[in-house]
Write a protein that binds this ligand. Structure first.
Ligand code: NAP
Length: 259
């Protein structure tokens, strides 16, 4: 692979057509990094994210990616290499934010193997093998951030979330192991655990059922639910060299949810 010809750091953020991914992409761009965002079903959402970043003077490109289809990751890596070259004259990324995911609960008694496999493919297998597929493109000293959930820790053990939280817990553990395994290249790996955050998660649940917000806010030390920028700022810190001494950690970002 040829030498990187640009000094600009570039970060890939999956699932940035809305919510936390969009918030992260905007905050990462605000730190002067270029951003490659991905979308799945909502290209229009990705376009809005790209436009907002460009309006603020940043650089961003959107690519399609279904994180549940690992057989497409080789093609995605090729497409990514193409936009790195055409947009930034670069051949490496500094960081990868594995954020894409879906939520919504399913009672244990109603769980099917097919629904369980959907959680697995999107929330655990996808980020794990996307990281493997993109690793050759990640520069030494780079950073990987995996978006987990407050549901992994104690205090947020709600009925219906066993499948979702099991995958997020697996992601947290995998992050710690990868932090050690990739440390030889100086690549840091951390996970972040957002608490309830106002996004489109759960088929846009917060907009459809606004009555769920007040009880969640009441359970949060700071008295409100999170906004995408609250989480995005922490993610941008974790991909930046300001957090160069942090690796293998699961960082709670919840305003004190279920303290
Ligand atoms: N909001 C919360 O309270 C909360 C709390 C803890 C953790 N999280 C985690 O935060 C992450 C982001 O979720 P969010 O809350 O920001 O929800 P969101 O607004 O619904 O955003 C989800 C993003 O993931 C993408 N996505 C969904 N399924 C995908 C797939 N199969 N392949 C590729 N991309 C896919 C969506 O793309 P399209 O819309 O283009 O399909 C969208 O960009 C998730 O991993 C979620 O588990 C959220």
């Amino acid at each position: 692979m040829s030498e990187q010809t640009t000094e600009q750091k570039i970060v890939v953020v999956t699932g940035a057509s809305s919510g936390i991914g969009r918030g992260a992409a905007i905050e990462i761009a605000a730190r002067g990094m270029g951003v490659v965002i991905t979308y799945n079903s909502r290209p229009e959402g990705a376009e809005e994210t790209v436009e907002e970043i460009r309006r603020n003077g940043g650089s961003a490109v959107a690519l399609p990616l279904d994180i549940g289809r690992s057989e497409t990751f080789g093609g995605f890596a090729d497409a990514l290499a193409g936009v790195l070259r055409s947009e930034w004259n670069a051949d490496r990324i500094h960081g990868l934010v594995n954020n894409a995911g879906f939520g919504g609960g399913l009672a244990f008694e109603d769980m099917t193997e097919s629904a369980f496999d959907d959680y697995y493919r999107v929330l655990l297998r996808g980020p794990y093998f996307l990281t493997q597929a993109l690793l050759p493109l990640v520069e030494d000293g780079g950073a990987i951030v995996n978006v987990a959930s407050s549901a992994v820790g104690p205090g947020d053990t709600e009925p219906g979330y066993s499948g979702y939280a099991a995958m997020k817990g697996g992601l947290v553990v995998a992050s710690r192991f990868l932090a050690k395994e990739l440390s030889g290249r100086g690549i840091r790996v951390n996970s972040i655990a957002p608490g309830p955050t106002r996004t489109r998660l759960g088929d846009n649940g917060f907009e459809r059922y606004p009555e769920v917000i007040a009880p969640l806010a009441a359970k949060t030390a700071f008295g409100r639910i999170g906004e995408p920028a609250d989480i995005g700022k922490v993610i941008s810190f974790l991909v930046s060299d300001d957090s160069a001494w942090i690796t293998g950690q699961d960082i709670q970002a919840s305003g004190g949810y279920a303290l």
